[in-house]
Design a binder for this molecule. Sequence first.
Ligand code: APR
Ligand code: ZN
Length: 234
Amino acid sequence: MSRIRNIVVLTGAGISAESGIATFRGPGGLWEGHRVEDVCTPEALARNPELVHRFYDLRRAALETVEPNAAHRALARLDRECPGELLIVTQNVDDLHERAGAARLLHMHGELQSALCGACGIRHGWTGALPPDMECPDCGSPALRPDIVFFGEMPYQMERIEAALAACDLFVSIGTSGAVYPAAGFVQLAEAYGAETLELNLERSAGSGWFGETRLGAAGVLVPAWVEAVLAEV
Ligand code: APR
Ligand code: ZN
């Protein structure tokens, strides 16, 4: 008896680790050399725009040197073949899910390859360097900034995420430490709505106690195996 699953997948930096993109809170983490409050807050942007713009310029440029890994490709396969509802909510700002072929995807913390106008709020695709005071192509204000949701700012598409969590029967978290809200609270929402919850992570996370099941290991191994099993069910 096939069982159509409505699935929400949350991904964090751990899914991109095997592609060579440093995570935030592991040894040698991305914030290494920078305190979060120096590069990922509105105050930091106002205080030292050159440092903040350069931090994201370097990360944007580094995208050219990395490739999606088996975990990204497995989620793209799930996207192609899953007959039920699927939403991949990524906290990551890299483009590896897209490059692997995922389509039912949203970036709740913004994207490196996008520039946000601080004056009119329009988001523009952006691949090169983004120095401070670049003029917005729409309103002309010298107010373009990295399109990254800073600490203290509202993540993107929260209503769409909450609606998907209410409708899903399976919530899967991949490669996230469960350190940052609201993403860290999605498992509790899903569980309250009656969904099954599964965590795939290298180590136990701050949220592990909320999951119905936690599997420990590398995303490049766990995610393809999980996708294979889910697709065999439907
Ligand atoms: N496979 C699976 N999980 C992994 C792997 C791997 N190869 N490598 C690391 N991990 C796990 C780590 O054990 C850790 O639990 O991925 C998690 C990464 O945690 P963080 O570095 O905290 O990254 P993340 O959870 O995505 O951070 C959330 O915080 O800094 C902000 O906005 C930023 O989106 C980010 C948010
Ligand atoms: Zn503008």
